[in-house]
Design a protein around this ligand. Sequence first.
Ligand code: SF4
Length: 221
Amino acid sequence: MAQQIDTDASLRLSEMFFSIQGESTYAGLPCIFIRTTGCDLRCTWCDTAYAFSGGRRWRVAEIMEHIARWPCRLVELTGGEPMLQKNIHALIAALLEQDYTVLIETGGHRDIRGLDERVIRIMDVKCPGSGEHEKVFWDNLPALRPVDQVKFVITGRADYDWAKQVIEKYELTAGPEILFSPVFATMDARELAEWILADGIKARMQLQLHKFIWHPDTRGV
Ligand code: SF4
């Protein structure tokens, strides 16, 4: 029997747009982004502070109609913090029913274990340089699968060493894809690359591709 989906449920969104995925193993692919409003973290290097407030509520049915204009079946739910939206599960159900591949990018401080198993999780582990490392919800880590991804945003050597310890403690190299991302225009990407090579860490170095294609401050890309 078809699942009953509440398409009247609503979520507060900051923006929706169609662009090139800039991060993760999906980098380079066309992708629809649905950015929710609101976040309960305040990372020092946050580049989407405009999504802390504003936007408007959208019904799931409206969202589905809005994104149907774009020739793409890959969607990323991002924020802000999408896990703060009570109705995120209704939106996910609607997207999956229409055969979208659904990625969710989360700060990692909210329990993700209740997500539909078809959703691909891209979870931050906030390093000390973010100022939010004490909020990490550690029980999420064992729940990550090989199709999921765990991202460490690195501000410097202290973050890098801390990330290495987390990888070892939680045996992450046997699980999700590991992403290392230097803070744009702050952390020297070459330096981070050299640390990864020196240690032979099985992590994927990533740069935020969209910030090279468009001006780094451009919104909606
Ligand atoms: S979790 Fe994301 S949206 Fe929230 S403050 Fe950190 S970087 Fe910004």
